[in-house]
Design a protein around this ligand. Structure first.
Ligand SMILES: Cc1cc2nc3c(=O)[nH]c(=O)nc-3n(C[C@H](O)[C@H](O)[C@H](O)COP(=O)(O)OP(=O)(O)OC[C@H]3O[C@@H](n4cnc5c(N)ncnc54)[C@H](O)[C@@H]3O)c2cc1C
Length: 457
């Protein structure tokens, strides 16, 4: 049994935990980062990065199929899944190596092993205790299932979906949220027949309704089948495939069923409650400054209720390190965190949907302008359609931006500045967007809302 003392002990080395460790070390704290698997966590090894690599392969497949549209003759010969895997793993390996180097260079003590909170200031790994003046919990999340729906065999989660060494001919996806539509999009581009099952009335149900409807139209054009507003009942599997039965009696047959119904917090059996932490449905409850009810004990990332996104984890990790340093960092509400869904076409948003803005400010006090990418030169060049919707309070700031179309994820940076800085369209309309860029579509919407539309009526 040994004991080591640090200013800060971080349990879990995913986006939230490692960001906290990096910022804390920058601020001069001694830091122990405890990780049972690989630093980088879900996002780097099983989430954001590998899925976006797959989506890029999917985009290249689509481009090569459609190249004649742009005057380039090429032949699409198929998907070499081993090569796709090598490319995906290569991207992850490089980023992992870089992250390990960074953590080391910052002088952070990394501890390999499974940690458990044994007091509000102590994490035990095996026989060793790591004691912190402050402790940050960052144990992340796992792929959830539904009651009675067992994962195994042909019923898989995103972890197994990433590792598949073949392209299924026919696949069913349970859940039309971010992870579900991203995998549906990849598999369709890779040549599979895809059916999405979603209990709520729309795909990407957390988005502005107009965006959900546009995505549904786009997926229909891509022949991605989806069943909306209908609940899953059960699944039977045999050597050849699965039969998914829905509550309305319909059945969907496929080779595989991907269960993408959300992610649950990893908090069970880790000593959290015994240390005095309040747990609600598995999530760690904190105040808005991310402190649990126990002084000096903080939580960040997917275990804190709210949006489960890597960049929220980064921000929360930085926030807590700065909070401990007494720097009084600002709180960013979840609604003002940018969200991108990287399917084809992409969806990106920030702030209030039009409906929520109208509910909050009153319909007569809100104006939304939906700029069609049909009017945007660069989008025409790329061959994409879609729209950029900007929601403002009348005589007030921009409170929401909602976009759909190829590459619109790259436009979210400007949108998040506008919303978080509470910019008025009149303030930013005079600034210049380079031509021809897709960015101009935001500029056109700002100009319109400032009462001086350029390429629109
Ligand atoms: C398929 C998929 C795609 C995604 N795509 C995106 C995306 O494009 N953009 C985006 O922003 N987000 C995306 N996410 C979400 C993102 O991955 C998470 O929000 C993010 O990883 C959360 O970070 P975290 O630090 O809270 O947890 P995690 O990344 O889950 O890290 C927690 C870490 O804690 C470790 N740990 C757990 N328990 C212990 C213990 N007892 N002892 C030691 N270590 C422990 C785990 O091994 C893990 O490494 C995606 C997720 C998935 C599954």
């Amino acid at each position: 049994m040994s004991e080591q003392n640090f200013d800060i002990v971080v349990l879990g080395g995913g986006s939230g935990g490692y960001a906290a460790a990096l910022r804390a070390s920058e601020l001069g704290f001694s830091v122990a980062l405890i990780e049972k698997d690989k630093v980088g966590g879900t996002c780097l090894h099983r989430g954001c990065i590998p899925t976006k690599a797959l989506l890029h392969s999917a985009e290249v497949a689509d481009s090569s199929r459609e190249s004649a549209k742009f005057g380039i003759n090429s032949t699409f010969e198929g998907i070499d899944i081993a090569a796709v895997t090598a490319y995906r793993e290569g991207v992850v390996a490089k980023k992992y190596k870089g992250l390990q180097g960074l953590v080391k260079a910052r002088g952070i003590t990394t501890v390999e092993g499974e940690g458990r909170l044994v007091s509000s200031i102590t994490v035990r790994v095996g026989d060793d205790d790591y004691v912190g003046k402050n402790v940050i919990l960052a144990t992340g999340s796992y792929s959830r299932s539904l009651p009675g729906l067992e994962i195994g065999g042909r019923v898989i989660t995103s972890e197994q979906a990433l590792e598949l060494d073949f392209v299924p001919k026919k696949v069913a996806v349970l859940g039309g949220g971010v992870i579900g539509v991203e995998f549906a999009s990849v598999w369709k581009s890779f040549g599979a027949e895809v059916t999405i099952i979603e209990a709520l009335p729309h795909l990407v149900p957390n988005e502005d309704e107009s965006i959900s409807k546009s995505l549904e139209r786009a997926f229909r054009r891509r022949n991605i089948d989806f069943r909306l507003g209908v609940r899953f009942q059960n699944v039977a599997q045999n050597d050849d495939g699965v039969v998914v039965t829905l509550e309305n009696g319909d059945t969907v047959e496929a080779e595989l069923l991907l269960v993408a119904v959300g992610r649950g917090p990893v908090t069970t059996g880790l000593g959290y409650e015994e240390a005095g932490v309040t747990i609600d449905r598995g999530f760690v409850i904190t105040n808005e400054r991310l402190e649990t009810g126990v002084p000096g004990l903080y939580a960040v990332g997917d275990i804190v209720p709210g949006l489960q996104l890597a960049h929220r984890g980064f921000q929360q990790g930085i926030f807590v390190a700065e909070e401990i340093a007494g720097l009084n960092p600002i709180v960013v509400d979840d609604v003002n965190i940018p969200k991108v869904t990287y399917c084809e076409p992409e969806v990106a948003s920030i702030g209030l949907s039009q409906a929520n803005a109208e509910a909050q400010y009153g319909g007569e006090n809100v104006t939304a302008y939906d700029y069609s990418l049909a009017g945007n030169g660069k989008s025409e060049i790329l061959g994409t359609t879609g729209s950029v919707k900007v929601v403002r309070v009348n005589d007030g700031p921009i409170v929401g931006v909602h976009m759909i179309g190829d590459r619109v994820g790259e436009l979210i940076g400007e949108a998040q500045l506008a919303v978080n800085w509470e910019a008025y369209p009149e303030d930013i309309a005079p600034f210049i967007h380079a031509h021809p860029t897709q960015n101009e579509s935001l500029g056109e919407a700002f100009l319109y809302l400032a009462g001086k539309p350029l390429h629109t009526l």
